[in-house]
Design a protein around this ligand. Structure first.
Ligand code: HPA
Length: 281
């Protein structure tokens, strides 16, 4: 079983090689890592004093196979904060095992990032979440029932008082919501369900996810957040609702439409992310 034997903890040789490849290009210590979803990657172009490191320069880094997703790290500053952008995430549906999907999270943590701001595109399940809505992720449902930690973490533990620490930092989220309010930017909050893809969901699946309490559905983010929390990182999640989930809208879903709505709200999302960096870090 390769999952159990493959290891790239910071002390391990494969991760050491990846860190050395990045360190050969920059000495910066990012505080915040940003993983930007489909069509939302352009904010990295605004980073100051930026060092761009193509994924192909970093041993072990999974190359993206999807158009519209550049695979690279951009290390720099934005709004006075030391950041690293993970541009062009890879998805489980591209065929990588989950521990490779989450390799960039372990790498940015090893570079110093203690916070992860993660964005994605998602289908709206909550019927009041129109395309273009920005949704803070307050919880998730692991609809794939798989984890990047399988074979790689200590056995499950019961936390004191049975309380599992929340995946999405409530304090950081509340402060980010306040930033959005101050900007006059309407946002919502809700639960994101992760599906493996690459097929969009069926109408029956969306009915089931509605019953389960999901507000939005997408094919990313949850493995990265599980990995980040296991490393002790603080997480903030933001979904752009790009379409009504399957069966809830008039039109069949199309990846180009998803990208087009992502483009439409990009300026608002960029403004919000900048405000979050400036005012909550
Ligand atoms: N389903 C799954 N993933 C998505 C969707 C969707 O409707 N929209 C954007 N990403």
């Amino acid at each position: 079983m390769s999952d159990a034997s493959a290891s790239d903890a910071p002390s391990d040789a494969p991760m050491q090689r990846a860190i050395a490849a990045v360190r050969a290009q920059t000495r910066a210590t990012p505080q915040v890592a940003l993983i930007l979803g489909s069509g939302l990657g352009d904010l990295a172009d605004d980073a100051e004093n930026a060092t761009t490191i193509p994924a192909t320069d970093v041993p072990g880094y999974p190359p993206s196979t999807v158009s519209g997703h550049h695979g690279r790290l951009v290390v720099g500053t934005l709004e006075g904060v030391d950041v690293v952008f993970v541009q062009g995430r890879v998805h489980y549906y591209e065929g990588y095992p989950l521990h490779r999907v989450t390799f960039p999270v372990r790498l940015v943590h090893a570079l110093g990032a203690e916070r992860l701001l993660v964005t994605n595109s998602a289908g709206g399940i909550n019927r009041t979440f129109e395309p273009g809505t920005l949704m803070f992720i307050t919880d998730h449902i692991n609809g794939v029932f798989n984890s990047p930690l399988v074979g790689r973490a200590a056995p499950p533990r019961v936390e004191p008082h049975g309380a599992q620490a929340p995946y999405y930092d409530p304090d950081w989220t509340a402060r980010a919501q306040a930033v959005a309010r101050a900007q006059g930017l309407p946002t919502r909050a809700g639960t994101y369900i992760w599906t493996k893809g690459p097929s969009y969901e069926t109408k029956a699946e969306i009915r089931a996810f509605t019953q389960m309490g999901a507000d939005a559905v997408g094919m990313s983010t949850v493995p990265e957040v599980i990995q980040a929390r296991q490393l002790g990182m603080s997480v903030l999640g933001l979904s752009t609702i790009t379409n009504p989930a399957a069966g809830l809208g008039a039109e069949p879903l199309d990846h180009d439409d998803v990208l087009a709505v992502g483009q439409r709200v990009r300026a608002h999302l960029a403004q919000l992310v900048r405000g979050i960096l400036r005012e909550t870090i």
